[in-house]
Design a protein around this ligand. Sequence first.
Ligand code: EPU
Length: 418
Amino acid sequence: MNGEIEVKGAKNAALKAVAAALLSREKWTIANLPKIEDINRILEMIEDLGAKVKRPARFESRSESGGSDKVEIEAKNIKKSRLSDKLAGKLRASIILAGPVLARTGKVSMPYPGGCVIGKRPIDLFIAGFQKMGAKVKWQNDHFSLSAKKLKGARIFFPKITVTGTEAMMITAVLAEGETVLSNAAMEPEIPALAEFLNKCGARISGAGTPTIKIKGVRKIRGGQTKLISDRIETGTFAILGALCGGKVKMKNCNPDHIRALLVNLEKAGARFKETKNELIAWGAKKINPVNVTTHEYPGFATDLQPPFTLLMTQAQGTSQIHDPIFDGRLMFTDILNSMGANISINDPHRATVHGPTKLRGRKIASPDLRAGITLLLAGLIAKGKTIIENIYQIDRGYEHIEERLQKLGAEIKRIEK
Ligand code: EPU
């Protein structure tokens, strides 16, 4: 692999920014929005609720790339308070829409959010937070509804650090009456980025990016323009690709600081990097050393980077231990790597031992989820022979025109069905 690859806007910042746009009756312009399926789904969901969305040409095309990455959203009127069953079932992040719809219309109902192949995805911390802010909760089979004439500020302690939970409570508290204090909040870089933009539009949020966030409720959120931060998981995935495939891979428009925990471990593994503020160059490791990692909330080693790191370890000269305590289904994809020739044993749902080095062989496989999917794609690049990956919707959920971007680095990869 040799050449340059541009890192796109952060999926997990984009989903939350689109949801937060519902807080305002005025127009929000969001730039650097990645052209991926999860964003298409959340835009469809807010349109279904009554928001007007203006997308540039080719925004939704998987076969044609290019065009602007700027989308305009205007949520003057929210006509519905029931989220589409079909769409909410496809996207775990749909729960982020509950707070803004509740704040704007006084009620919201939705199915239990979908997308749980990486393990159990409970929503108890969201429900508890909404209740603290004064919402009444009703369950009917697998649907729930929330109602509150007026949301009130509250003190919320998260017994477990939750990224979307922190963002959901922060967004909901913006239009609540009085002050909300979130403790043991998540610190992922997408959170201060969203808070900073909300503040430009009239919100009063302080402490985002630390474990304590304070939000003073305001009556109105104005329109505005924002550019999303780069996707740190894409950056990390491409850095691992650089380490795996040799050569020199330059990542443009990224923030190496956001993947520090990964870079430290990649250096231990033998990869070399050079960085500037918004670029990162990775040189492949001549010999890959085994490294043990444990995933952790930010600024620790991201769970979303565990699957490609585990793949890297299949090429290491020795045995490594991978511990992913955050979700209980994130190691299941290793079965597929084993079917390609890897030697990974699962010790329990959170722990795997990778015995390297192993030669991988290409074969026909299917992508179980987004991060496992991109990992299998990288495995296909280093495997001997041809690999066919099915269910690539799972990869298109989070990586924009991936085949085209990897072709530019020298990968032999093509989309078979458009
Ligand atoms: N949790 C609960 N109860 C809740 C909420 C979460 O027990 O009400 C638990 C989860 O089961 C998990 C832990 O808390 O064990 C942490 O989950 P978190 O809520 O932080 O995850 P999330 O917000 O649902 C986001 C990203 C994930 C990423 C995780 C961890 C989005 C849309 N998703 O999920 O990204 O893995 O944080 O960093 O922001 C991906 O992009 O592929 C992806 C899965």
